[in-house]
Design a protein around this ligand. Structure first.
Ligand code: FIX
Ligand code: ZN
Length: 427
């Protein structure tokens, strides 16, 4: 029974004016720290893998693809240029000869604006001077602060020779950079995996005999020990099926899922990528395909004790992913991945998720590859997440229930870090 005193106190805190409600949502969304569930960032301890600055920002493969649409240059000619020369061409093409209206180009503008750098400059002199003068540890602090990011999850590949060497030195990385163990090279091309495993002294055969399975599990346990990942992850093609009679499925069933169960590790599935559709674009050459969400449903059903994070690359898969998450409470949709990370689509997906899942989802990850991308990816995402929450809260008010600032804060904390921490077992 709510006493009159309690109800009076609640009444004074209730946000009954739509303008005031929207203002409070903006304040809470813009001031609540986020854990970035999937990035390709590395701290300075990973040497050349830790990317920052304007030449790296303009070398982002999203901008590479867009530059080829407006610059008259052959792939070979572009790749023969230095990174600095390519950055100059991208700037001239997308920011001087044309208006930077694409999301990836707008992102560069947001980053330069955050540091007070001329966004209409004819060249990159001022930007290069600024970024080259930064001390990376201080710069990381500043970028995390501006972006409102408390921590990021890296993408760590135990079969990558450069990265593997760094891990084997016993790297003691910045604790804001948590590791994830990426399984693409083990699971998505068995012939390549056999070669890569042999480089680490793990010799297996094409037929995947019992001894091979045991050797790969031992190898995986050693890397889980070394990396201490918050989850294991794999990107999967648009034609991914489960069950399926192939090496990937056997490795999933006989190695990865038992390891996830034993270590209590979440498995992150990123579904719907079609790799190297245009190899001449290199990292920019991947595309999207509509995938089969029922394959993920069957994984969730078969492994009810494993928690799954899932993101699909196709816009057409988003509604079905929400429905699948309503059926399986070990499935957590996350992020508006890659080609979906555009304001118009982030808004649509976030509204759909709120309507079908309440606050039981993770609205965004940045997929940042270059440090300063955190600034724009989270600025632009927060704008759309706040907009979707405002619409939902205003509908609630119209339907007869006002909310308080504390309730907005509770919801946003759950979306920005609570769901993730619960899913990786941090709470
Ligand atoms: O598989 C992935 O982690 C993808 O995010 C990348 O392959 C992709 O290049 C990317 O960075 C998209 O944002
Ligand atoms: Zn990624």
């Amino acid at each position: 029974m709510v006493t009159s005193t309690e109800s009076r106190a609640n009444v004074s805190e209730l946000l009954t004016d739509p303008e005031e409600l929207r203002a409070e949502v903006e304040i809470v969304v813009n001031s609540t720290a986020v854990i970035d569930a999937h990035t390709h960032l590395f701290p300075p301890e990973f040497d050349q893998l830790s990317l920052f600055g304007i030449d790296e920002l303009l070398s982002y493969h999203y901008l590479t693809a867009e530059t080829f649409r407006s610059a008259r240059i052959a792939h070979e000619q572009f790749w023969a240029m230095s990174k600095r020369e390519r950055a100059d061409l991208v700037w001239q093409t997308l920011f001087v000869d044309n208006t930077p209206t694409s999301e990836a180009a707008q992102g560069i503008i947001s980053v330069l604006d955050a540091f007070g750098i001329d966004t209409r400059a004819a060249d990159l002199n001022e930007a290069r001077e600024f970024f080259n003068s930064q001390s990376l540890p201080d710069h990381i602090d500043q970028v995390f602060d501006i972006a409102g990011v408390s921590g990021v999850v890296m993408t760590n590949d135990p079969l990558d020779q450069t990265e593997g060497q760094i891990w084997k030195t016993g790297v003691d990385a910045d604790k804001r950079f948590q590791s994830s163990l990426r399984l693409d090279r083990l699971l998505n091309n068995w012939e390549d995996a056999i070669r890569a495993l042999s480089r680490q002294g793990v010799f297996v055969t094409w037929d995947l005999h019992a001894g091979d399975v045991a050797a790969i599990r031992t190898w995986l346990d050693e890397w889980i020990q070394r990396m201490n990942p918050v989850y294991m992850a794999i990107s999967l093609p648009a034609n991914f099926q489960f069950p399926c009679d192939d090496a990937r499925e056997r490795l999933l069933r006989e190695v990865v899922m038992p390891a996830a169960e034993q270590h209590g590790l979440t498995l992150t599935l990123m579904v719907g990528v079609r790799r190297a559709v245009n190899p001449g674009l290199r990292e920019a050459g991947d595309a999207v395909g509509q995938a089969d969400v029922t394959a993920v449903e069957r994984l969730c059903a078969q492994y009810p004790d494993v928690r799954f994070l899932a993101t699909f690359l196709s816009r057409e898969n988003q509604h079905q992913l929400c429905v699948a998450a309503r059926k399986f409470n070990n499935l957590m949709p996350f992020g508006c991945w890659w080609f979906l990370n555009n304001p118009s689509i982030v808004s649509e997906i976030t509204r759909e998720r709120i309507e079908l899942l309440g606050q039981s989802f993770i609205p965004q990850h940045s997929d940042a590859r270059v440090l300063e991308q955190l600034i724009y990816k989270w600025k632009h995402a927060r704008r759309e997440i706040a907009g979707a929450l405002c619409i939902s809260y205003e509908q609630l008010l119209h339907n007869g229930r006002a909310i308080t600032r504390e309730e907005i804060s509770r919801d946003v904390n759950r979306l920005f870090s609570g769901n993730f921490n619960q899913w990786i077992g941090a709470v």
